[in-house]
Design a protein around this ligand. Structure first.
Ligand SMILES: CC(C)(COP(=O)(O)OP(=O)(O)OC[C@H]1O[C@@H](n2cnc3c(N)ncnc32)[C@H](O)[C@@H]1OP(=O)(O)O)[C@@H](O)C(=O)NCCC(=O)NCCS
Length: 201
């Protein structure tokens, strides 16, 4: 995995972070104007809506445009870091960090992947790279992640990343008229550094 193309976030000069991360078989890169059509194409799968809280279904081009147009300034402000998963010049999924708080140094990991690309270990690799980005570039102290109770695939990814199960947020989300339990996890900087044998400067 190679980090390249370091750029200053325009409104926060203390945050110099890579906008592109080379992974084995795909690239993670900051979203760009023009990514909305491929995001819209892969969000035609209702499972993405069912397993997340803010992704609508049906998903229209205007939803993809809103997401891209919202993500670009949030990156510049140092608040959200949404990476597109790029395969064959298309955004086939998203793996990113929301709610970055530079005072308390925490953020929340989230992701989805287009149906044709699932079951090949892509999100395991993408999420690992974004966790590395969070601890080694943003220098977070704590990373949060959660999944809906029934989401076995996401649960497995989170377990492999070394997160600690911290509890159940009972009836945390209203999804299509039904209250869903959310399973909550956290990963601390000390745990990440120890697991990955990383020494930060
Ligand atoms: C969850 C999701 C991101 C997984 O992406 P993926 O690239 O297919 O995941 P991977 O191929 O890296 O597989 C991760 C692990 O989960 C397992 N897994 C995947 N789907 C599974 C399922 N439905 N049931 C049980 N295990 C599953 C895989 O076997 C793998 O385990 P292993 O490494 O021990 O073999 C993808 O299915 C998705 O986008 N789903 C819809 C949106 C969503 O759920 N987003 C997450 C919200 S918290």
């Amino acid at each position: 995995m190679v980090h390249e193309d370091k750029k200053f976030s325009t409104k926060n000069p203390r945050l110099m972070v890579p906008t592109k991360i080379e992974c084995n078989g795909f690239i993670l890169r900051r979203l760009e104007v023009g990514d909305a059509p491929s995001i819209t194409k892969y969000c035609q799968d209702p499972l993405i809506h069912q397993m997340t809280v803010r992704i609508p279904f049906p998903y229209e081009l205007k939803d993809g445009e809103w997401f891209v147009n919202n993500s670009i300034p949030k990156w510049d402000e140092g608040k959200e870091f949404n990476f597109g998963i790029i395969i064959n010049n298309e955004v086939v999924g998203i793996c990113g960090l929301a709610g970055f708080d530079s005072l308390h140094r925490h953020a929340e990991l989230g992701y989805w992947l287009g149906k044709p690309f699932r079951g090949q270990g892509i999100m395991s690799k993408a999420a690992k790279a974004v966790v590395k980005f969070a601890f080694e570039e943003l220098k977070v102290h704590r990373l949060d992640v959660w999944h809906m109770e029934q989401n076995e695939g996401s649960k497995r990814i989170i377990q492999k990343l070394g997160f600690t199960h911290e509890g159940m947020r009972r009836e945390g989300h209203l999804k299509d008229g039904k209250w869903n339990n959310s399973v909550m996890y956290g990963l601390l900087e000390s745990e990440y550094l120890k697991k990955n044998k990383v020494i930060l400067n």
